[in-house]
Design a protein around this ligand. Structure first.
Ligand code: FES
Ligand SMILES: [Fe+2]
Length: 393
């Protein structure tokens, strides 16, 4: 039953929290109901640190990009010092949306309606004719309190995060457990050598499915033999393992990452990487990471509607691996390999969305051996919405 307060009845939450052998997953309602999607925006995404995009999409000072945070208009701007700032994308005058598409700002942010202007720090600068023709100032009008409204933000591994509620713990504290996991593979210093690929670095997908199904599919390796037969030929089901990071992440890893990259020069490697290990954490609520000895990628999951999700993959290489022409063949092969894998997933993710219109399904069951991270994620969603777990605010 749909409970307006938390979207899930207490009986449903109890069934999800059962041991994996007898638990069921989230009900269909959580995937097909637009009201539930709205509830998630307020009670999951707004309360924690949510990713709104990769910082490399606004590389130069003055670059601005509008972002829809599940319908809430935000804008990412790189200021003159190179710092990424996030604001509510709305003019303080009559509430016009300020930035409509990705652009290079010339010194100020100008509202297209009555031409009020704001600095990159959000400060209100110009209010033309506010006091009547030719009068650009007005007595008693407080510019300071009418600037753009900033959104609490942080940049980590090129990912821009926001905390809309402003009540989550500091980002450093929030992300510490994932850093601990990644820095077993390579040092923070080595990770900081990663740069976005200048060619063959991006893949954008749109899926007719709820965002949670994208996460659930990414969390398990159970589907490998049937959905990714090529990948499974060298990175087999039995080579995979699962891991958990409490309320922050869960994921899978493999011991047999394949280094063969077509005809290109071998890409620069992380020093001291542990063998052929590769790890794929899903950071809640909306980032996938892929960490391999010669590259890393992130995928930002953008929930567009209850049944529509966009994904943007960005690949990063160490040092000149990202931009030197000698590596172009390897970069091309790498992107082609990942494009194949992520395209193979679309059919089953969209199939699960269609399946959730069926009265013959109500949460399903989990394989105790293979679906543990999926169950972990279902519990995180249910318990956070039910207020049992704190979504950090
Ligand atoms: S709404 Fe922006 S200047 Fe009037
Ligand atoms: Fe997959």
């Amino acid at each position: 039953m749909f409970d307006k307060r938390n979207g899930l009845s207490s009986t449903t939450v109890e069934r999800i929290n059962d041991s994996i052998e007898s638990a069921t997953g989230l009900p269909n309602n959580a995937y097909v109901n637009p009201d539930f999607f709205e509830l998630e925006r307020e009670c999951l995404f707004s309360k924690t640190w949510t990713c709104i995009g990769q910082a490399c999409t606004i590389p130069d000072p003055g670059d601005a990009r509008p972002v829809s945070f599940m319908g809430m208009p935000l804008v990412m701007i790189r200021d003159k010092q190179g710092t990424v700032r996030v604001f509510h994308n709305v003019c303080s005058h009559r509430g016009n949306q300020l930035i409509k598409e990705k652009c290079q700002l010339k010194g100020v942010i100008r509202c297209p309606y009555h031409s009020w202007t704001y600095g990159f720090d959000g400060e209100l600068r110009g209010t033309p004719h506010i006091g009547g023709p030719g009068e650009h100032d007005i007595k008693g009008f407080d510019r300071k309190s009418n600037g753009l409204k900033p959104v609490r933000s942080a940049v980590w591994m090129d990912l821009v995060f926001v905390n809309v509620s402003e009540k989550a713990p500091d980002f450093e504290q929030h992300i510490a457990k994932l850093e601990e996991r990644l820095f077993r593979l390579a040092s923070a210093e080595d990770f900081s050598r990663l740069r976005p690929a200048v060619s063959y670095g991006v893949l954008e997908l749109e899926l007719q499915a709820n965002w949670k199904l994208c996460l659930e599919n990414n969390l398990e390796s159970y589907h490998l033999p049937w959905v990714h037969p090529d990948l499974n030929s060298y990175s087999k089901l039995e080579d995979h393992y699962h891991f958990y990071g409490g309320t922050l992440f869960a994921g899978q890893g493999t011991h047999t990452y394949d280094l063969d990259k077509g005809n290109g020069a071998p890409l620069p490697l992380f020093p001291d990487w542990p063998g052929k290990l590769a790890e794929y954490p899903t950071l809640f609520p909306n980032v996938f990471l892929g960490a391999q000895c010669d590259h890393m990628w992130s995928i930002v999951i953008e929930p567009v509607a209850h049944n529509r999700t966009r994904e943007r993959l960005q690949i990063y290489y160490l040092d000149e691996g990202a931009d030197n022409d000698n590596y172009e063949g390897s970069r091309k092969a790498q992107l082609e390999a990942w494009t194949k894998v992520f395209n193979e997933d679309i059919g089953v993710v969209e199939g699960m969305q269609r399946g959730r219109q069926s009265p013959g399904f109500s949460g399903g069951v989990f394989s105790p051996a293979m679906d543990k991270p999926t169950h972990h994620f279902n519990k995180w969603v249910a318990n956070t919405l039910a207020g049992i777990l704190d979504a950090e605010g």
